[in-house]
Write a protein that binds this ligand. Structure first.
Ligand SMILES: Cc1cc2nc3c(=O)[nH]c(=O)nc-3n(C[C@H](O)[C@H](O)[C@H](O)COP(=O)(O)O)c2cc1C
Length: 345
């Protein structure tokens, strides 16, 4: 079905195609979810997922189709980024397919209907997480994160603080000196009985920044890290005519650099703080590589654009074979086994 639809979808502007896909998905009955396979069960920050293959934030920003995405076989789904107030984002066009590179560049700028609009579509569910951010024109960004945490705490199995979008000017600055204050404010807003808090970081970090972020995370009440968001880098091998567009690059060219940054965090944090690996996962081998690099679970988005809705089930089945081939009894057994082999840090 996707094979037949793909050429039609690819003739449309990417944002229009995405909107149609979401509308169609939200009208579908919920599918069966991931196939049961004890080898693929994973635990993360006190949560239990039947598969380590998750949907990354940004696909379902306004929480319109999360049940259907779970039904497609994702082990967990993260909706958002949601900001306190609705915002339109940057002018269109603002999503570009780099088909030759199996990549996407986006500069959406947190377009979303706002927390209050999305809340009625959320429901407590052990595999649904919510990603929160700050409004572009906010005068107190840390207060925006605290407001997001307070608003969704009763309806999210985990909450992700997204400080790594490259498309809100200055947002990534929160990865610097202000990080301890942000983490403290978010933990206070969450309270003692709220869901685990995760932090989502950029791949564009040097060793000193990674050191500082890791130290701030260990010093906080954070429960885990997502590594990583899109990159501002433009690898020289990009071929598409859209390669010079401004925004964050995702998909295949992000796989290697985001996996290196994942290893750098794993070396500093594992096993004290669990990690989710994101960036360029399109195959079982790539999901396996993220796990071996230190991730307890992975997330993907861009590969769905190129490979369609059967992808999460396909990756899960392939991953199970790879784990079995190498004699692992569980995902946990494979987490981080490649870390010592990395040349970085
Ligand atoms: C069109 C688009 C929109 C995105 N929007 C968000 C977002 O709102 N919040 C967020 O945390 N990440 C967002 N991301 C980043 C993804 O969640 C993910 O971290 C990144 O794309 C790397 O994974 P991938 O290579 O599998 O796409 C977005 C990515 C894309 C392609």
């Amino acid at each position: 079905m996707f094979g037949a639809l793909r050429p039609l979808l690819f003739r449309l502007d990417p944002e229009t195609a995405h909107g149609l896909t979401l509308t169609a998905l939200s009208a579908l009955p919920h599918g069966r979810g991931p196939a049961q396979d004890p080898l693929l069960e994973t635990r993360f920050a006190g949560l239990a997922f039947p598969s380590p293959i998750g949907l990354a934030a940004g696909f379902d920003k306004d929480a319109r189709a999360w049940r259907q995405m779970l039904g497609l076989g994702f082990g967990f789904v993260e909706v958002g980024t949601l900001t306190p107030r609705p915002q339109g984002g940057n002018p269109r066009p603002r999503i570009f397919r780099l088909a030759e590179d199996e990549a996407v560049i986006n500069r959406l700028g947190f377009n979303n209907g706002g927390l209050a609009d999305a809340l009625p579509r959320l429901a407590p569910h052990g595999r649904l997480g919510v990603n929160v951010g700050a409004n572009k024109d906010s005068t107190d960004r840390i207060a925006d994160y605290a407001a997001g945490v307070r608003a969704v705490a009763g309806k999210a199995a985990w909450i992700t603080l997204n400080i790594s979008s490259p498309n809100t000017p200055g947002l990534r600055g929160l990865q610097g000196d202000a990080l301890p204050e942000l983490l403290a404010a978010a933990a206070e807003a969450r309270g003692d009985s709220g869901p685990p808090l995760l932090l989502k970081v950029a791949p564009d970090l040097d060793d000193a920044q990674i050191d500082a972020i890791a130290a701030a995370c260990l010093d906080s009440r954070l429960s885990g890290l997502i590594v990583s968001n899109t990159t501002l880098a433009r690898p020289p091998e990009l071929r598409s005519r859209h390669r010079a567009e401004a925004g964050g690059l995702s998909g295949q060219p992000l796989f290697q650099p985001s996996t290196e940054i994942l290893k750098a965090f794993a070396r500093r944090l594992g096993p004290r703080l669990p990690l989710i690996g994101a960036g360029g996962v399109a195959t079982a081998e790539q999901a396996y590589a993220k796990i071996r690099a230190g991730a307890s679970a992975v997330q993907l988005y861009t590969a769905l654009v190129y490979h369609g809705p059967r992808l999460p089930a396909r990756i899960a089945a392939g991953l199970s074979l790879l784990l079995r081939r190498d004699g692992f009894q569980s995902i946990a057994d494979a987490v981080g086994v490649d870390i010592e082999k990395s040349p970085r840090a």
